[in-house]
Design a protein around this ligand. Structure first.
Ligand SMILES: O=C(O)CCC(=O)C(=O)O
Length: 219
């Protein structure tokens, strides 16, 4: 298994929720596929372990999921989204303030008139240290941070794929969310043994730090 990407997801008091989205190749923001599965595989996407570093409640940007949506993609990541930082915290979508960190995920919709069935959405209220594991093609989003509390919400996403998946193929840099990151010193971690996903977040971190079980790949 390859540990190929990590991201912090902060939501400050008053911040919008995250747009509903599914991610298959992760070309969504950068325009270039970041993971490419073998052609014979019917799968795409990545396992995400999203760990709450803070409280994540209904009023403080808890994640939301729509069960059963991971098998069919409503978004086409070969389309382009357009980055505009002025969009952040400025859009109202069906009565909810939502956005995608300067992008509008609706730009990728296969059917521009389609809407996610929010009546089936499940909210994932989490305490610090708890984590949720989900496939990235599962429709997910977050509530806005309503600003009723002064505390930020911070999530940390770790992303995993099988070793047969090509990661950042033919890319020297990633340009997304208004920044450009060189992949010159990029490494991905390789798990040499079986990992049970019932471990706690701290066990997971300990495992990630255990050199006997890990290798480092260059590209
Ligand atoms: O934390 C969020 O609001 C979004 C997280 C997310 O989309 C992800 O981890 O894939």
């Amino acid at each position: 298994m390859l540990y190929w990407r990590t991201e912090f997801f902060p939501k400050y008091p008053g911040d919008e929720g995250t747009d509903w989205h599914q991610a298959d190749t992760f070309a969504n923001a950068s325009g270039t596929p970041q993971i490419v599965w073998p052609e014979a595989e019917e799968f795409g996407g990545t396992i995400t372990v999203w760990t709450a570093f803070t409280e994540a409640g209904i009023d403080t940007a808890a994640l939301q999921f729509i069960p059963g949506t991971h098998r069919s993609m409503h978004y086409d990541e070969t389309k382009r989204m357009h980055y505009d930082p002025d969009r952040v915290n400025a859009a109202d979508k069906d009565g909810v303030r939502r956005g995608f960190f300067g992008y509008d995920y609706r730009e990728l919709q296969v059917d521009p008139h389609w809407k996610p069935d929010e009546s089936k959405a499940v909210s994932m209220v989490m305490r610090p240290g708890q984590f949720v594991v989900f496939w990235s093609t599962l429709m997910h989003a977050s509530h806005p941070h309503e600003g009723k509390s002064k505390d930020m919400r911070l999530g940390f996403a770790s992303r995993y794929v099988p070793t047969s998946v090509r990661v950042y193929p033919d890319s020297d840099y990633v340009e997304e969310y208004g920044g450009r990151i060189s992949l010159k010193d990029y490494v991905r971690w390789w798990f040499a043994d079986r990992m049970t996903l019932t471990t706690t977040a701290s066990q997971l971190i300990r495992r990630q730090a255990n050199p006997l079980r890990l290798g480092v790949f260059d590209r």
